[in-house]
Design a protein around this ligand. Sequence first.
Ligand code: SF4
Length: 475
Amino acid sequence: MSSAAQSISLLPARERSVSVAGAGASAPAPMACDQASLAGSVTQRACAFCGSRVVLYPIADALHLVHGPIGCAAYTWDIRGAQSSGPQLFRNSFSTDLREMDVIYGGEKKLGHALRELIARHSPKAAFVYSTCIVGVIGDDVEAVCREVARDTGIPVIPVASEGFKGTKKDGYKAACDAVYRLVGTGEVADIPQRSINLLGDFNIAGETWVIRDYLERMGIHVVATLTGDGRVDAIRRCHGASLNLVQCAGSMTSLAKRLEKEHGIPFLKVSFFGIEDMSAALYAVARFFQDEALLARAQQVVREELAKLLPELRRFRTDLTGKKAAIYVGGAFKAFSLVRALRSIGMRTAIVGTQTGDKSDYETLRQMCEPGTIIVDDSNPLELAKFCLEQDVDLFIGGVKERPIAYKLGIGFCDHNHERKECLAGFIGMLNFAREVHATVMSPVWRYTPRRSGGIPAAVNATLGGKNAAAPSP
Ligand code: SF4
């Protein structure tokens, strides 16, 4: 580990979850990751239930009912900036609002009533019922209630085994994939053309699925189903008729892709739609998969047209941003890879990169692709992130809602790249939006007047961080 990382006091049990790119000539030990968070380290991760909720939530014409106390539903209400081109039912946060008496006597009756009432009122195409921690504890037979209501109402009513304590957020992703898979194979596929794909793991944040769909359709590719951005139950029922699955968020959707491959023979490609390099590579990968020269030529044409608009604008931002340093802390590793490349394309260096759900090979890839000295961290916590940011003196923090206050309290520019954002950051247009947002925050004059830049950090913050930074003189 580098001297920078050595000077940070980590909880001893966290030490194997932090690494430094380029450290030492011999191969470093694999990072500890893909495991339950350390008790007491106040992880940035969400629970397994939240993992399921964020994956299934954008299915717009389905009813989403959280079986549990109201807090679980409130915590995940409208949690993504996912958009729908039609129904808005998904944006409601329905809950069975379990209380003390339900915990004592069971919540099955309440669940059955809630489902029947909501289905009668909203006529959804399907219903998803999320189990929360307390449902796992009291042992409600959610499967049986769902089966009964499905029989009575004639729509699929699907239990999601997402008890918050059952594992990491990644286990929640898996529960979501298992739940949605119950719809697969139940629709008619005879009219689906051969050059067809499903988009997996794009959640239509600020309309991103529409951007990607447009590129693919300009190439002549038919999109059967989008899972789950702007998702529709009937399209998901037909997704087993596509020739290829494009997996954008590998962390959340790889298990579904593997099942579709195993049981329906549909191969999948892991891609990313963030940044110029990865977006172009994704389109070329689709063209190569179908082994069609005309398709490849059309992909090149799409890339050329988009770059002609984008590159002159990017040059402007790159001039100011060259040499600036960034910290990245995101959910999945594929997004982290893309962000490292995207930052490079606007002249910036990644000084810290971490994820909530990366595995050993993801961290090895990060070690290879990042510059020597870059700190790599799994399942971090606010204290570690704050310390790393100060030590590396970063100009930008890219993260989500839980990282925003860390950045602003330290006086660091921030870019929201999480699922709750309202800005399209995918595709070529997304790269332009990303560069514009990064430029606006990094170059803001406000940071000059923060304690970090004007001589130190406040004594109170300094004390929390272990007292290693000089106290700020009064401005
Ligand atoms: S499912 Fe459990 S961990 Fe998740 S929000 Fe509800 S109570 Fe909290």
